[in-house]
Write a protein that binds this ligand. Structure first.
Ligand code: UDP
Length: 366
């Protein structure tokens, strides 16, 4: 009766894993994608022979061995380790917060001296039970680091004061009392050789994909194309915003080709001062140890999302979480539709969590 078993809306990471697994299980799938290319936000565009992370830098990292093995079926990963730099006015620090950061900030050399400084600063701030991002940050790294490396950056990224943001956002970042600049604690990390777009293409394999197709238009003319739908777009849009609009943060990228081979010496440089309008500069070639003559950089400007813009980050504050939960109730009633991915689940997911969620979902379906 139906032409396909599954209609998968969105050819990003979640959609591609679902398509791969369902296809493997003998289900007939159709993937439709609104953009004119596959790979969602991990899509890369080649400029001057350099793969440019068009929708923001993506560094794959995980502590889940199953997910790591899974991803390695579709690409080999290079040995890139993310070690961002933070620039505050004319000062430069290593991230994540570690002994290199503490040494530069306070001149301390031993872990005990660093802990002592942080303890003193926490005591001065009178925080016992951190209730928001500001209090959480001060409790983790003290006031100086909060003021110079967190406050401005976070306010720019989220467009909200740190006192209005949930504490968990900052808990994503490690704090270490060793001289280790690796941003992630995960044992597995890297960038897929050949690029993310190729990886997604390998996942999709022979599954039929139609790009440049908007689901909401498509379903008007194809209401009975499949019994089941996997939807990875915006949850509130699916329900025609009937309970109100969920908020997102969007990002605008200003990408430039520069006539030099190495602009900033690192893939990621964060600008943590509130007076610099962008949050960070990405120099794409360094993700893949590029030796091209030119370089491509992207300045990232964070902004509030409005209809027509790309939604990047869900805003998991109280108000939006409450609204999400109401939409979730509606979603649970749609028996033949599965909502997933960063947008479909309205979660601040890393890539590995998206893959994990998709694999779990497939297990439930089978
Ligand atoms: N953050 C910060 N200063 C930095 C980098 C990150 O204060 O230099 C905070 C900020 O609140 C941000 C959060 O840490 O939202 C998580 O950063 P992450 O790098 O994980 O963000 P993503 O890579 O997802 O954009």
């Amino acid at each position: 009766m139906y032409e396909y078993d599954y209609l998968i809306v969105g050819a990003g990471l979640y959609g591609a894993v679902m398509a791969h697994e369902l296809n493997k299980a003998g289900k007939k799938c159709l993937v439709i994608e609104k953009r004119n290319h596959i790979a969602g936000n991990v899509y890369c565009e080649e400029i001057e022979g350099i793969r440019v992370h068009k929708y923001g830098a993506h560094i794959f990292h995980t502590s889940n061995q199953k997910v790591w093995k899974y991803m390695n079926q579709f690409a080999q990963f290079n040995h890139y380790i993310n070690s961002p730099i933070a620039i505050y006015k004319d000062e430069l620090y290593n991230l994540p917060f570690n002994m290199n950061t503490f040494n530069k900030m306070w001149g301390v050399k031993t872990p005990e001296q660093a802990k002592q400084m942080i303890r003193m600063q926490i005591e001065d701030s009178n925080i016992t039970d951190p209730k928001n991002l500001e209090e959480q940050a001060i409790s983790l790294v003290g006031k100086d680091i909060y003021e110079k490396l967190i406050k401005g950056y976070t306010q720019k990224q989220w467009g909200r004061a740190c006192t209005e943001l949930p504490a968990f956002i900052i808990k994503r970042l490690p704090v270490r009392f060793t001289y280790d600049n690796n941003y992630f604690n995960d044992p597995y990390q890297g960038i897929p050789m050949g690029g993310y777009t190729k990886l997604i293409q390998n996942m999709l394999g022979e599954v039929e994909v139609r790009t440049g197709v908007d689901f909401f238009e498509f379903r008007k003319t194809n209401p009975d194309i499949s019994k089941k739908i996997i939807f990875t777009g915006m949850l509130d849009q699916y329900f025609d915003y009937k309970l109100g609009e969920l908020e997102y943060r969007s990002v605008r990228f200003e990408t430039e080709v520069l006539d030099c081979d190495n602009y900033q010496g690192n893939a990621v440089v964060n600008y943590t001062d509130i007076d610099v309008p962008y949050t960070r500069i990405i120099e794409h070639k360094h993700f893949e140890y590029g030796t091209q003559e030119k370089t491509v950089i992207s300045k990232e400007y964070s902004s509030e999302w409005k209809k027509g813009m790309e939604p990047y980050y869900p805003v998991n504050d109280e108000k939006n979480t409450r609204l999400y939960e109401k939409y979730k109730e509606l979603a649970d009633k749609e028996k033949d539709v599965i909502f997933g991915g960063r947008l479909g689940s309205y979660r601040y997911y890393d890539m590995d969590k998206v893959v994990e969620e998709a694999l779990n979902q497939v297990e439930k379906l089978m």
